[in-house]
Design a protein around this ligand. Structure first.
Ligand code: TEU
Ligand code: CA
Length: 563
């Protein structure tokens, strides 16, 4: 197995695979582990260091595997334990780590623990879950589940309700029960011993919930539990551990990602992905992107964790829309805007995460409701229907925000079903696969894929990207996203407030400076940083030619480097 440095993940590029939609090896229409093994060389060529693997465990698939019925085995639809071991070994041979998703907030209602728990109030497993007495038809309170409907479900056998934060088939575990935690830690050690490189922790911020006090995230016991888990389960020092935390702020990020290693490596913050939906992160009410807030938010995170935490950098995952359809233009300027969005993100400090297909500029889908599979989308459709939303408005919200935007099958080539499967795919392939696919892009130097590859290479070549300071430029500009990264003596110059000029390295030459300038929109505009750019070298540009000096073309993005 690869030996990794303790903080290898600071320079790493992590690629998220959603196994169901990645590559189907046996024609049953569902992506699987042998399919992932086939594509390892593709991932290697992109420059990937590790794969975050969404759940592959035994599961009735009510939430595509985020409802686990056996944590210690592979679901037959994805393959066998032997396949998974082969994946770990084959990835390792290429210097790629495997980072499984851990879903510890809830299990499936078909997990052995829950089957026992609901059989009798005196079963030792009963207290593994969260129960309330009550009467059938009279809910304990009006708490709602994140995927629609009440958060309580009645079980006649025990004459009680159980709590589920997500779907009915996802009962929440009772983290206050020390036996539950020990069982989970033991399971985690099982996977550590299999040779994984780390873990992604699903809804980590909910572990300390105290629902009677209406505390769903950031409960008083959250960080003590994580520290306990670090001690007892994350028994190797070189594991990448990343928590999914919709509620994280700078203060809690400094706990999750404490550089003393007492908790996790880092936590995903979603603040930058809440700026085009209504207050309260209401995804079904999309609004235009608040662009200046986007810049300020990202700058706040860049500057807020220096020396006291670590950032995650990402535009996509399996729960959110495709970024090119979201913040870019998936029509005329699809390739340009997809590359621009990469150029803006990849120059920042943090661990970079890419979601499958993002490197091709894959777009959102717009299907009729029958083609959607996601439980939260289907529940929303029903509920909004009952609330009287007109059909058009419901579908517009779904087209913009459904999680299935990210879950349509990976587009490998222009053969039927995009080369994803030889059978009938579990979800319809985006019809644009004939133009947008990996085969068309890997050999094309002007493709989105090639831009991703080049930006990843540059990230690894320039230490300033991992270590330099960050300075947001033109925060009030309505169209330009620009910032400067500085390392060494130049960084000192910056701190002394001389950042206005190009050559503040004062001749020492030990510093390194990268300037990222991007036009976030589709109109040609004057380049407000033209003066700064003089004398700098172009490292990357998302257009083949230089264009006109002093002007930024639609979605044009450039990385400049000090000479
Ligand atoms: O997601 C948690 C979560 O809060 C999101 O699903 C969120 O509710 C949604 O995107 C709306 O903003 C994690 C997983 O990433 C997701 O796929 C699972 O469905 C969920 O947990 C339950 O395990
Ligand atoms: Ca399959």
């Amino acid at each position: 197995m690869q030996k990794r440095e303790r903080d290898w993940w600071k320079r790493a590029v992590i690629y998220q695979v959603y196994p169901r939609s990645f590559c189907d090896s046996n024609g049953d229409g569902i992506g699987d582990i042998p399919g992932i093994i086939r594509k390892l060389d593709y991932l290697k060529s992109l420059g990937v260091d590790a794969i975050w693997l969404s759940p592959f465990y035994c599961s009735p698939q009510a939430d595509n595997g985020y409802d686990i019925s056996d944590y210690r085995d592979v679901d037959p639809i994805f393959g066998t334990m032997a396949d998974l071991e082969e994946l770990i070994a084959e990835a390792d041979r290429r210097g790629i780590g495997i980072v499984p998703d851990l879903v510890l907030n809830h299990t499936s209602d078909e997990h052995e623990w829950f089957k026992k728990a609901k059989s009798s109030r005196t079963d030792p497993c009963h207290d593994y879950y969260i129960w309330r007495d009550g009467k059938e038809g009279v809910l304990p309170d009006n708490k709602r589940a994140a995927f629609g409907g009440p958060a309580w479900e009645w079980v006649p056998e025990v004459q009680q309700y159980y709590y589920h934060h997500f779907a009915v088939k996802q009962p929440d575990l009772n983290w206050q029960n020390p036996e539950v935690r020990e069982m989970l830690y033991d399971m985690i050690r099982f996977w550590v011993e299999k040779g994984v490189a780390g873990f992604r922790l699903d809804v980590v911020d909910s572990f300390g919930k105290e629902i009677d006090r209406d505390i769903f995230q950031n409960g008083p016991m959250l960080h003590p539990y994580i520290r306990e888990m670090r001690q007892k389960a994350f028994i190797r020092d070189d594991l990448l551990t990343v928590g999914e935390a919709w509620s994280v702020n700078l203060e809690s990020a400094r706990l999750y990602g404490n550089p003393d290693g007492s908790e996790l490596s880092m936590a995903f913050s979603f603040e930058h992905l809440m700026l085009d939906v209504a207050e309260g992160n209401d995804r079904w009410h999309p609004i235009p992107l608040r662009f200046r807030n986007l810049k300020k938010t990202m700058a706040k995170w860049q500057n807020g964790l220096v020396g006291c935490g670590w950032n995650t950098l990402f535009w996509e995952n399996h729960d959110v829309p495709r970024i090119v359809s979201r913040f870019g233009d998936d029509g005329r300027y699809r390739a340009e805007s997809a590359k621009m969005l990469a150029a803006v993100l990849f120059g920042m400090q943090g661990t970079l995460y890419i979601y499958q297909g993002q490197e091709l500029g894959m777009t959102n889908v717009a299907y009729p409701i029958e083609e959607y599979r996601d439980v939260s989308t289907l529940n929303f459709y029903e509920e909004a229907g009952r609330e009287g939303w007109p059909e058009e408005k419901r579908m517009a919200a779904i087209h913009a925000q459904s999680r299935d935007n990210a879950r349509s099958p990976m587009q490998w080539d222009d053969s039927p079903q995009a080369g994803f499967t030889s059978g009938k795919p579990w979800m319809r392939v985006n019809p644009n696969y004939r133009e947008i696919n990996a085969a068309a892009q890997t050999g094309d130097p002007e493709s989105v894929f090639s831009a991703y590859k080049e930006l990843i290479r540059l990230r690894k070549e320039y230490p300033v990207i991992t270590e330099g300071t960050f300075e947001l430029l033109l925060p009030e500009h309505d169209a330009v996203f620009a910032y400067r990264r500085t390392l060494g003596s130049r960084a000192v110059g910056n701190r002394m407030g001389t950042s206005g000029e190009g050559g503040m390295g004062i001749g020492s030459g030990t510093g390194e400076e990268i300037l990222v300038v991007a036009n976030f929109y589709g109109e040609t505009i004057p380049d407000p940083l033209a003066e700064e750019e003089k004398g700098m070298e172009v490292l990357f540009r998302n257009y083949a030619d230089e264009g006109t000096k002093g002007v930024l073309r639609p979605y044009e993005a450039v990385w400049y480097c000090s000479r």
